[in-house]
Design a protein around this ligand. Structure first.
Ligand SMILES: Nc1ncnc2c1ncn2[C@@H]1O[C@H](COP(=O)(O)OP(=O)(O)O)[C@@H](O)[C@H]1O
Ligand SMILES: [Mg+2]
Length: 381
């Protein structure tokens, strides 16, 4: 089912009653969630992810704006009538009930012609239990299961009424790292198998990137960018999105475009031309994989001082200083283990930049400044 939010705003009264200003949890949000897709809402804690999800479920009513399910205005529809299944970070299973009873719970209160017999309910539970692969565990109690298994029970319970939409609010936060990866792949499999339109809330960019068709990146109630994970990574609309996606995070330095080149401090690092041929000061974002060890005759290089080399198996991270690095942070380059070995003992390291991995941002509003790689200067013979 297609979900649309149109100019949705949610304001809460301030918890501190003395402050009369409202908290704007979601601000003028307009997004489209395609039928059958898995869409992640991604952003730091407090940016309005849960509020956005609660607006979709109907647990919260928008202050302004509209919500549509398959073109039908559901803005004023109660949660029960929207046909949603929800899963939260805390599994909220009933400890004294078996897995079977836990999953069956939402079916027991169906009324009128929707009322089911015990046998019908059991059949439905077994069906979803198979999908989430806990059909062997139906007669256990929650505490006899691992966290990952309990979360599957919660997902099965959300799916048993065949909802039109599955809403997941940080469902993996309570699991340890290995189980988190396993369970997120599991969620993706279940979503694909059932074809159910799913909205997945997380603050973990890797999690969002790895399982989503589309990510919605939010900050302070505002949608900063929407797109396919790879597209957003490859073409961030602003500095916030560039910094939020990717590990290690993007390197951000102060720089300047002048005389047909990008300068970082005194280093001439890339031949570039801005659309309007302007000269201006910018923030330079360089992905760690966009810093390539330079050869001796490379003209455009960024000079660094090696602080350490972190061995990570296949790839290594070179951590270096650069005087133009923002916020006193380190420069991080990801290079192959063999390239890392070629870094000499002098402590100096020169990088050339992969222009596809370099982004420029306005110093004031931090939006992206487009550039074209210019022709390299050739010294006349
Ligand atoms: N019921 C509420 N009353 C007052 N403020 C709220 C309420 N729910 C959320 N907020 C505020 O709205 C903002 C967004 O919260 P939330 O949607 O929970 O963020 P997230 O899920 O991204 O961490 C926060 O500043 C939070 O304090
Ligand atoms: Mg939340």
């Amino acid at each position: 089912m297609k979900i649309e939010l149109k100019h949705v705003t949610k304001k809460f009264p301030n918890i501190d009653r003395k402050i009369h200003e409202f908290v704007v949890a979601v601000s003028d949000m307009t997004v489209e969630i395609p039928d059958g897709s898995l869409v992640s809402i991604l952003g730091p804690s407090g940016c309005g992810k849960s509020t956005a999800l609660n607006l979709i479920s109907g647990l919260e009513a928008p202050t302004e704006g509209w919500i549509f399910f398959d073109g039908e205005d559901v803005t004023d529809l109660s949660p029960e009538k929207r046909g949603i299944g929800m899963v939260f970070q805390s599994y909220a299973l009933y400890p004294h009930l078996t897995v079977m009873k836990n999953i069956m719970f939402p079916l027991e209160n169906l009324k009128g012609d929707k009322k089911l017999t015990k046998a019908e309910m059991k059949k439905k539970v077994e069906e979803v239990a198979r999908i989430v692969q806990i059909d062997e565990l139906l007669y256990r109690k929650p505490k006899q299961m691992s966290g990952g298994q309990q979360q599957r029970v919660a997902i099965a319970r959300a799916l048993v009424k065949k909802p039109r939409v599955l809403l997941l609010d940080e469902p993996l936060s309570n699991l340890d790292a290995r189980l988190r990866i396993q369970t997120r792949e599991e969620i993706r499999r279940i979503q694909k198998e059932t074809g159910i339109t799913t909205v997945f809330v997380t603050h973990d960019q890797e999690e969002a990137m790895s399982i989503s068709d589309i990510i919605i990146v939010m900050k302070q109630g505002v949608v900063y960018q929407t797109g396919k994970p790879q597209d957003v990574y490859d073409s961030p609309a602003n500095l916030f999105v560039a910094k939020f996606l990717g590990t290690p995070p993007i390197n951000v330095l102060g720089g300047e475009v002048k005389d047909g080149s990008l300068y970082v401090g005194h280093d001439k690092v890339l031949p570039v031309r801005l659309k309007d041929n302007a000269e201006r000061r910018v923030f330079v974002g360089i992905r760690p994989e966009g810093l390539i060890l330079a050869g001796d005759d490379d003209q455009y290089v960024l000079h660094g001082k090696v602080k350490s080399i972190q061995v990570m198996g296949r790839d290594n991270t070179i951590v270096a200083n650069h005087h133009a690095m923002s916020e006193g942070a380190d420069l991080r380059a990801i290079v192959s283990a063999s390239d890392a070995r070629s870094v000499g003992d002098s402590g100096n390291v020169n990088f050339k930049l992969d222009p596809a991995k370099v982004f420029l941002f306005d110093r004031e509003d931090e939006t992206r400044v487009e550039f074209e790689p210019a022709e390299e200067e050739h010294v006349e013979e």
